[in-house]
Structure formats: structure tokens, C-alpha cells
Design a protein around this ligand. Structure first.
Ligand code: ATP
Ligand code: MG
Length: 234
């Protein structure tokens, strides 16, 4: 398959949940294409399917129908073990609640994905420290997450997402727990990383200000991609 320039491609993707005898479509016949290096937001009201879309496109969750290609690889066909490794190598994740492990220091959290893909401990530490520098957190390497502000925790989480130099960074409401100023810092960091690292960055948000940092918005409503869902146009 010709994949030049295409980072993520969803073809006729649906995701169903069963509740009793009813089948509920959290995603319904989604077609979309995200190019390499794009900085994109996914917007829509609560319950519209944003998190489901992120989870299905990234292979965190299984789709019910359709195909998802990431860099030309059909992730729906991968076994759980293969997809876990594929994710660790090619994707980084940033969540609303940072999801840092509390017993580990900042640098230990950041180096974890590098250790998972088999980097030697000394190399993993070295890359983690360099990545912390990239997000302005080198001076917090030894701190535990509980000793960091919310914005700092999120920057550490972004460093963790970047440590394996991923092709795609997924962020689900990354500024949801932050005040306006800390949120601005995070979005400017994402913009800079997108420019400098050429990674594809996909940010899920229902905040117009967050979406305004990105170059394109995908709107979702009731599990379907729509032209406009109360967000800005494409
Ligand atoms: N595991 C599940 N089982 C059943 N229904 C689910 C499950 N996960 C999500 N849903 C339903 O799918 C729909 C989409 O959920 P999703 O979490 O993707 O919404 P969202 O757009 O991310 O919302 P929010 O902005 O509140 O985070 C919701 O109606 C939700 O109740
Ligand atoms: Mg969500």
C-alpha cells in the first residue's frame, strides 16, 4: 500500500458497545486521514466519541469494523502483543491526569518507555534526561510527581511520551486539569515539538482555545465526523 505522507488512516471504522440487547455505536463509519507531521485537534461535546476515537486509532482499544493504518501498518490485524510493542515504539500518550507513577522519580517515569523497548539502562537514562531538557524539566529530574506542579507533571508526561521519538503523539484533554496559563504553556510546547520533531500530534479537547493552537480540527458528534460540532471549522 502507498503510504507516502500518511500518518493515520481510518476507513469505515465503527466501534460498538453492547448494553443488554442494544448495540450502541460510539464510533460510526469514521473515515479520516491524518498526514505525517500534522498538528490536529479532535473536538466535540462530552460523550461524542473523542476518547473512543483516540483509543481506536492508537490501538489502545479494538475497533468493531473497518481498518486503521498507522504508517501503513494495519493495526487491527496485529495481535495484542505485537500492537503493544508497536505502540511503545511508534506512539506517545499524554492524558488529562498525567498518569505518572507516584513511586518513581520524574526521570524514572520518563525513561520507562525506553526500557520497555529494550534500551540499556544507561542509554535510557541519558535519553530521558535529554528529553526532560526539551520540555524544560531537567532541573526536576529527581523529583517525585507529588513534588511537581500540575503543569510540571504534564510536561514530565509529555517527555515520557516523546522519549522513544515516536511518529505520533496522542493527547486526550492534556490541559483539562490545568489553569489557563499552565494550559497555554503545554499547548505552546506541543506546537514547538510538532514543528521541531516533525511528529504527528493529535490533541483531543473540548476547549476552543486549545484547538486554536492546532492547524486543523476534526469535529465529532454522536460518533460521526462532521463538518462542524460547535468547534472551529476545518
Ligand atoms: N466501555 C464502554 N462501554 C460502554 N459504553 C462506552 C464505553 N466507553 C465509552 N462508552 C460510551 O461511548 C460514548 C463516547 O464516549 P467517549 O469517552 O469517547 O466520549 P468523549 O467524547 O471522550 O467524552 P468526554 O468529553 O466526556 O471525555 C459515550 O456515550 C460513552 O458512554
Ligand atoms: Mg473523553
Amino acid at each position: 500500500m502507498q503510504t507516502d505522507g500518511i500518518s493515520i488512516e481510518a476507513r469505515d471504522v465503527s466501534k460498538y458497545y453492547l448494553s443488554g440487547k442494544e448495540r450502541f455505536a460510539a464510533l460510526s463509519h469514521v473515515d479520516l486521514r491524518i498526514m505525517k507531521g500534522e498538528f490536529i485537534s479532535v473536538m466535540g461535546p462530552s460523550g461524542s466519541g473523542k476518547t473512543t476515537l483516540l483509543n481506536c486509532l492508537s490501538g489502545l482499544d479494538r475497533i468493531s469494523e473497518g481498518t486503521v493504518f498507522v504508517n501503513g501498518n494495519n493495526i487491527a490485524e496485529m495481535s495484542d502483543a505485537v500492537i503493544s510493542r508497536f505502540r511503545a515504539k511508534n506512539m506517545g500518550f499524554v492524558f488529562q491526569n498525567y498518569a505518572l507513577l507516584p513511586v518513581f522519580s520524574t526521570v524514572e517515569n520518563v525513561e520507562l518507555p525506553a526500557l520497555i523497548i529494550g534500551e540499556k539502562a544507561s542509554k535510557a537514562r541519558q535519553i530521558a534526561l535529554r528529553t526532560l531538557e526539551l520540555v524544560g524539566m531537567a532541573n526536576r529530574a529527581g523529583f517525585k510527581p507529588s513534588q511537581l506542579s500540575g503543569g510540571e507533571q504534564q510536561r514530565a508526561a509529555i517527555a515520557r511520551a516523546l522519549v522513544n521519538n515516536p511518529e505520533v503523539v496522542w493527547a486526550d484533554e492534556p490541559t483539562g486539569n490545568l489553569d489557563t496559563e499552565a494550559g497555554r504553556v503545554i499547548m505552546e510546547l506541543f506546537s514547538e515539538l510538532n514543528r521541531n520533531l516533525a511528529a504527528t500530534v493529535v490533541v483531543v479537547t473540548h476547549d476552543e482555545r486549545v484547538a486554536s493552537y492546532t492547524r486543523r480540527t476534526i469535529n465529532i458528534m454522536d460518533g460521526r465526523i462532521v463538518d462542524r460540532a460547535g468547534g472551529k471549522g476545518r
